[in-house]
Design a protein around this ligand. Structure first.
Ligand SMILES: [Zn+2]
Length: 222
């Protein structure tokens, strides 16, 4: 089979993005809507073949830029993982992305040729994550602000959905520009997060617990 041929449809072992249980599923197109028997939740899978992969890494932030062949034609996927693991995607590899919700970006990226996958760490705010790091108090505070204030009213929901559409591009632009990151962090992200932090009175304990968080992980698919 030519490297340019899109992957065949049919049976694949797929990791559920909600509970990470792996099971056999029938893939019926570029995007397939599936339902996990284990956790009883729906998810979507995008399956294609790598044409070329570029990527950048800065700290724990890794950006995958994947040109692919799919049944609908060629295209490009950009995936930013704040866990920073490398899946070694190569030309000709079959990969899939699994989504809890399609418009919120992928949660799992799997390289089927080496049967390894990574759980994509998104961060609560792409720009805060790019400037302050995935485990920072700023990211935690802004996530609390989003979940407790913003998404509870229609204007906040509108802002959040537009923010999530555009901010990955800005985050991806600034990720390896250290001076720009420092400026954005000092003049924008940190002051805002201090204001919200007082609003939610986050304790010092929260800060300590949160920075003791996890390392990048690559998991072996069954
Ligand atoms: Zn599940």
């Amino acid at each position: 089979m030519s490297r340019k041929t899109p992957p065949l449809l049919g049976n694949y072992r797929i990791v559920c993005p909600h509970c990470q249980k792996q099971d056999n599923y029938v893939i019926t197109g570029d995007y397939t809507n599936l339902h996990c028997q284990e956790c009883d939740k729906p998810f979507d899978v995008f399956l294609a073949k790598v044409r070329a992969k570029r990527g950048r890494k800065s700290g724990n932030t890794r950006e995958y830029i994947i040109r692919y062949y799919s049944r609908a034609g060629e295209g490009e996927k950009r995936v930013t993982d704040y866990g920073g693991s490398d899946l070694g995607l190569r030309s000709g590899d079959v990969f899939y992305l699994a989504y809890k919700k399609l418009d919120e970006g992928p949660d799992i990226l799997c390289n089927m040729n080496i049967t390894k996958y990574v759980e994509i760490k998104k961060g609560g705010c792409f720009i805060a994550t790019a400037t302050c790091g995935y485990n920072s108090i700023e990211v935690k505070t802004l996530s609390l602000f989003r979940d407790n204030i913003l998404i509870k009213n229609i204007w906040g929901q509108l802002f959040t959905s537009n923010y999530y559409r555009f901010s990955p591009y800005l985050a991806s632009y600034i990720v390896d520009k250290n001076i720009l990151k420092r400026i954005i962090r000092r003049t924008f992200i940190t002051p805002i997060s201090i204001i919200f932090s007082n609003l939610f009175s986050l304790s010092t304990r929260d800060r300590v617990l949160h920075t003791a968080d996890d390392k990048p992980t690559i998991k072996k698919a069954e």
